[in-house]
Write a protein that binds this ligand. Structure first.
Ligand SMILES: [Zn+2]
Length: 415
């Protein structure tokens, strides 16, 4: 099947699921997806946009049940709600029109009898095309704009929106990194939208709850003083909120730690190239964790084996991302190879925690030697059958995606 057929198949599957959900619950249904034209609908910017919108909408909608699908259509969120479908449609139209970037969303509302609630039904003007402001349906039918034109409009608008507001920058960047980490093409035993990886105690719902809490806390990041002590205090509060949101499951403790250092580095830097040295300076007090008289047992074990883990990465200013991972991604431009590169070089103590040093070395060497997609999938299968997840590498994957976006944006001269 070619990509157009795969997209069509995914859409048909979704329609069947929607119909079944409405029949099961006999309530209204809302579907949220990105209006990304043409091929490659499941991409970094569309994933970010849909998950960000869901994080915002979930506090407005009375949700009985929701489900997130990752397919050739991109990310689609299906929500079942007791609320009246006409009321829901009006709320969704308000949301679509609240901010320019929300016009890139495609939100449909169905009644509990599975009838589409259209704008016309509510006597509301039909949607205008996001390029020329004419009737969107007309432009679509006459194919007035090329897919290239529509896609670059979509990409530019999302990027512009991410960087347009300093106060919300870290809120948006955290969603960008974490939502795309959850939507990795190959999971290396981690939780994803379509399976739970090597985890029995958590699924993507736990991650979405955690991500909602983390991103909302990052709305206040611009207000804090950028010193080690203030970052640590802020991080402790963020962890408390995360554990409350996940009912005491640790989904993102490592991610919170790394994102705090990364964002502080970004906030302190005038140029992309200054980020690593600023993080290095900020992280210096972490050295005390390795030199104090009462080092925790797990840390002294790592030290004995010369493994510095997440602390070591922060102390180095995440140098390996800037010097090896980003240049590698520039060359290959493939997300599964990006993750594989990270697994092959990062000191991922999450693997050791769930196994031992030999298994850790084995996974790294499998990743190092992997040449084909089949080799990469074999590592994922190895992780699953040995109950391992490469969570530390997944955190660095999220950080790398954020830095790749930042670097690209800087090239456009606006950072
Ligand atoms: Zn148009």
């Amino acid at each position: 099947m070619n990509e157009a057929e795969l997209i069509l198949e995914a859409k048909e599957d979704r329609f069947l699921l929607q119909k079944a959900l409405v029949k099961q619950y006999h309530q209204s249904l809302v579907s949220i997806k990105a209006n990304y034209p043409g091929s490659h609908k499941n991409n970094l910017l569309s994933t970010y946009l849909v998950i960000k919108s869901f994080i915002e909408l979930r506090s407005l909608i009375d949700i009985c049940f929701y489900q997130i699908i990752s397919s050739y259509e991109g990310i689609v969120v299906l929500i079942i709600s007791k609320s009246d479908s006409h009321l829901l449609k009006k709320m969704m139209i308000d949301y679509e029109e609240k901010e320019e970037v929300n016009r890139l969303l495609d939100i449909d509302v169905y009644s509990n009898e599975y009838e589409v609630i259209s704008r016309r039904l509510l006597n509301i003007k039909s949607r205008s095309c996001f390029i020329c402001d004419e009737d969107a349906k007309q432009c679509n039918r006459s194919q007035k704009h090329s897919y290239e034109e529509l896609q670059s409009y979509f990409n530019d608008l999302v990027i512009k929106d991410i960087f347009s507001n300093k106060q919300l920058l870290y809120y948006k960047l955290s969603i960008y990194g974490l939502s795309n980490e959850l939507n990795k093409p190959i999971n290396y035993g981690c939780v994803g939208f379509n399976h739970n990886g090597a985890h029995q105690d958590m699924d993507y719902y736990t991650f979405i709850d955690s991500m909602t809490s983390i991103s909302n806390d990052f709305k206040y990041f611009s207000n804090i003083e950028l010193s080690f002590d203030h970052l640590r205090a802020f991080g402790i509060v963020m962890e408390e909120h995360m554990f409350k949101a996940t009912k005491n499951i640790n989904t993102h403790q490592g991610a919170i730690f790394s994102l705090l250092f990364l964002f502080a580095g970004i906030a302190l830097s005038n140029e992309f190239n200054d980020i690593t040295s600023n993080i290095k300076k900020l992280a210096i007090p972490l050295k005390a964790d390795f030199t104090s008289n009462d080092i925790p047992e797990h840390l002294s074990f790592y030290l004995k084996n010369n493994i510095m883990g997440a602390r070591g990465l922060a102390l180095s200013g995440y140098q390996v991302i800037f010097e090896e991972i980003l240049p590698y991604y520039d060359k290959v431009n493939e997300l599964d190879e990006l993750m594989n590169k990270i697994v092959s070089i990062i000191e991922d103590t999450n693997i050791i925690k769930r196994s031992n040093l030999d298994t850790y070395q084995k996974i790294k060497s499998m990743a190092f030697k992997a040449n084909t997609k089949k080799d990469i999938r074999a590592i994922d299968e190895y992780c699953l059958s040995n109950n391992i997840s490469c969570g530390g590498s997944a955190d660095i994957y999220a950080l790398s995606l954020i830095l790749i976006l930042l670097k690209k944006y800087q090239k456009q001269g606006e950072y």
